[in-house]
Design a protein. Structure first.
Length: 162
């Protein structure tokens, strides 16, 4: 009886972890598009302001200054930036229409997780490049690789293996 209970808990945990991307909405193309659009437009307007004030400034220096000012704005006016991203996200979602593309769980491939678990065993982490909540997988989206959201599934597999 205890063995059956442990087995059911493991199956429930595995199902939750496997299906979390469907519940957590980790893949939101409109969300990523809205974030990039807002940040690019904000940096562009900051760069235009800098160039208007100092037209003789070299472009690489003004670009660096615009990046620094963008970081300051993100720290000081975080709520306004998030609100602008949310508005852009809603606008992109309205443009796209009600039909959403179905989410394809690419991670259902066991060799995908085997490779990630093997990376954890050999290198101590899933991928060589991790930025924010995503990691770069050079084996996906050949020939350029693909950024994937971080997941606990390979770590669970690694600890079960150990």
């Amino acid at each position: 009886m205890t063995g059956l209970l442990i087995w059911l808990v493991c199956v429930a945990c595995a199902g939750y972890i496997r299906l979390y991307p469907l519940w957590g909405h980790l893949w939101s193309p409109t969300g990523e598009q809205a974030t990039l659009t807002v940040l690019v437009n904000l940096k562009k307007s900051l760069l235009e302001q800098i160039l208007a004030q100092s037209p003789q400034m070299p472009l690489d220096q003004s670009d660096r200054l615009a990046s620094d000012k963008l970081n300051e704005v993100l720290r000081s006016d975080n709520a306004r930036v998030r609100h602008a991203i949310e508005q852009a996200n809603q606008a992109f979602a309205r443009q796209k229409g009600p039909a959403q593309d179905p989410i394809y769980l690419l991670e259902a491939d066991p060799f995908y997780f085997y490779n990630l678990t093997e990376n954890i065993a050999v290198k101590g982490r899933m991928a060589d490049t991790i930025k924010g909540h995503q990691y770069f997988n050079p084996l996906m989206g050949a020939p350029h690789g693909y950024w994937q959201p971080l997941s606990l599934h390979p770590y669970v597999g690694f600890y079960v293996y150990k």
